[in-house]
Design a protein around this ligand. Sequence first.
Ligand code: GDD
Ligand code: MN
Length: 354
Amino acid sequence: MELAVIGLSLLALHFGEPVSYYLTLRGNQPSRAKTHSLPFVSIIIPTYNERGRIQGKLRNVMAMYPNDRMEVIVVDSSDDGTYSEVNQVDLPNLRLIREPKRRGKVLAVRDAMRTARGEVIVITDADALWLDRLENAVRILQGEIGAVSCVKYPNRGEEENSYRDFYNRVRLKESSLFSTPVFNGEMVAFRRELISPEELPMAGADDSAIATYIAMKGFRAICVPDFRVVEEVPLTRRDYMSWKVRRGAHLVRHFVRNFWKVVRCCPTSFKFIFTQETFLHTVEPWLLVSGLVLVALGDPYLFLSLAGAASLLLLWRRTRKMVEAWVPNQVFLIASQFYGIRGERMIWRKERKE
Ligand code: GDD
Ligand code: MN
């Protein structure tokens, strides 16, 4: 019986902690200064074997900002002829940097930054399409706001959709309080004066590392609700799982690596957010597993009743979406922790998405 009580306490902590965190995140999105003139932006697109989608991506980017206020820099390390697709696109301020060898996204972006002329740097993945005009994001980059990112939606998959829906809300709430420590590589924009190419963090979760770096410098890094991006999700179940585990591992490593730095340096609200997120990415999934195991060992009947009650949640759409968003993510996080032990991966396998 005692085992079951300990198990129940762990489960209560597992579910109670994120709920209380969510409820304490209060604040308002910073208002947009409509008068601020449009900055000249350098849009950097790193590409590795994006032949099939780079033209669509370039057209999408061109449609979302005045072309005379932007330059586009594609840094390509492909061996599938992506560069020849880029060369066919007619855009005055389009530049192509070809890398002799694949070196990972961050080194590619660093090279592009060295040649960038814009006041604002925008980094965006080729497999993501913007739904809103870039003004919505870059107009806000002034004063205390140092960096901005998007909210993102998957192009397929119920499970991924439920997951995104939930995490978009959390990122927006964290942004309202001060800053979010998790950015989306589908669109990251920051004021160039705040990060030099050499300072660009060498991390798998380069997007989130930028957000955190900006917050450590005392500026805000926020996601905005009116800059939405659709991201391609891998096709097969196997690729989907390896994609989730790799990205999860990047994030776990991001939190563990930066935890003490943030605790020592940052504004209290960011310390709070970062500590909570570190906990949610490291300890949280183990509370679920160990809680369930202890209840099952201590009181099998109680365990079966809990399982029965939990399966009722699948009957309603709203609660089913919560379970879909939450439970697989806990499993992915545990797998990510094991995967992440083996070190930082700056170059990764490309999953099939079309
Ligand atoms: N030049 C270059 N060299 N580009 C690369 C390389 C490389 O070695 N590897 C990947 N890229 C390009 C891809 O072509 C794509 O445009 C972009 O970098 C992101 O690569 P994906 O393979 O699509 O990464 P992801 O979707 O799994 O992860 C993205 O999102 C994560 C979470 O938001 C990346 O942006 C991650 O950095 C990010 O953490
Ligand atoms: Mn991608």
